[in-house]
Ligand binder design. Structure first.
Ligand code: ADP
Ligand code: ADP
Length: 223
C-alpha cells in the first residue's frame, strides 16, 4: 500500500530522514516509535505530500507520488491538535471529510450518523465542539478522517493529549475498529505503550534512521 524507498530529507547539514525504507501492507497498522526529534513528523509530512523529499521515492499503491499534491493522495489525516472547526457542530466536522464527494444531503447525513456511531459517539451530530471532552473531540477527528474511506489513515500522536486511563481504553477501541474496517494505518508516537498496543508492526526511529522493526513482541524482547 505504502512504500518509502531510500527517503532522505535534509535541513542544512542535518538529515531529518536518512535513507529511510519503510512499507505498510494493506490492512496493516504500523507505528513509528521514536523520541522527539527522531524524524517522525517529517516522515508523515513526506508521505502526506506536504513536503518533498530531497532524495528517494514515496509510492502509494505502487505509484510514485512525485508531483502528486496532498489532496490527491487519498489519505486520511488525524494530527495531534486535531484541528476541528469549533464553529461547526460535530456532524458538520465529520461532513467536512465528505465534501470532496458529491453526495446528496440525505446521504451525507446518513454517513455522518454512521461514522459517529462507529467511533462511539451515537447521536452527537448536533453537539457543539467546545462542549465535547478531549476524548470525544478525538473521536470526532477520527470520524472525519475516516469519512472519505482513505486508502491509508495517518495518525500523529493520536492520543497524545489525553489522560492515561482514557488513552489506554481508546487505544484498544481503535485497534478493534481498524481491524474490523480493514483500515491501513501509519501512526507515529513517542509513547511506547501506545505503539505496542496499536501496532501490528513497530518501527523504531532514532536520529532519522530506522533503528529496529518488528512485531511488538519482537521489539519488546530486543529493546
Ligand atoms: P519528531 O517528529 O520525531 O519530533 P521531526 O521530524 O519534527 O521529529 O524533526 C526531525 C529533525 O529535523 C529534528 O532534528 C528537527 O529539529 C529537524 N527539523 C524539523 N523541521 C525542521 C525545519 N523546518 N527546519 C530545520 N530543522 C527541522
Ligand atoms: P510544488 O512545486 O507545488 O511543490 P511539485 O509538483 O514539485 O509541486 O510537488 C507536488 C507535490 O509532490 C508536493 O506535495 C511535493 O511535496 C510532492 N513531491 C515533490 N517531489 C516529490 C518526490 N520526489 N517524492 C514524493 N513527493 C514529492
Amino acid at each position: 500500500m505504502l512504500r518509502l524507498e531510500d527517503v532522505t530529507v535534509r535541513y542544512g547539514a542535518r538529515a531529518a530522514l536518512d535513507a529511510v525504507d519503510l512499507s505498510v501492507a494493506e490492512h496493516e497498522t504500523v507505528c513509528v516509535l521514536g523520541p522527539s526529534g527522531s524524524g517522525k513528523s517529517t516522515l508523515l509530512r513526506v508521505v502526506a505530500g506536504l513536503q518533498a523529499p530531497d532524495a528517494g521515492r514515496v509510492l502509494l499503491s505502487g505509484r510514485d507520488q512525485r508531483g502528486v499534491p496532498a489532496h490527491k493522495r487519498g489519505l486520511g489525516l488525524m494530527f495531534q491538535d486535531h484541528q476541528l472547526f469549533p464553529q461547526r457542530d460535530a456532524g458538520g466536522n465529520v461532513a467536512f471529510g465528505l465534501q470532496m464527494r458529491r453526495l446528496g444531503r440525505d446521504r451525507v447525513e446518513h454517513r455522518v450518523t454512521e461514522l459517529l456511531d462507529l467511533v462511539g459517539l451515537p447521536g452527537a451530530a448536533r453537539r457543539a465542539i467546545p462542549s465535547l471532552s478531549g476524548g470525544e473531540q478525538q473521536r470526532v477527528a477520527l470520524a472525519r478522517a475516516l469519512a472519505p474511506e482513505p486508502k491509508l489513515l495517518m495518525l500523529d500522536e493520536p492520543l497524545g493529549q489525553l489522560d492515561r486511563g482514557l488513552r489506554e481504553r481508546l487505544v484498544v477501541e481503535l485497534r478493534l475498529l481498524f481491524r474490523r474496517l480493514g483500515t491501513t494505518v501509519l501512526a507515529v508516537t513517542h509513547d511506547q505503550g501506545e505503539a505496542f498496543a496499536l501496532a501490528d508492526r513497530v518501527v523504531v526511529m532514532r536520529e532519522g534512521r530506522i533503528a529496529q522493526a518488528g512485531t511488538p513482541l519482537e521489539v519488546w524482547q530486543r529493546p
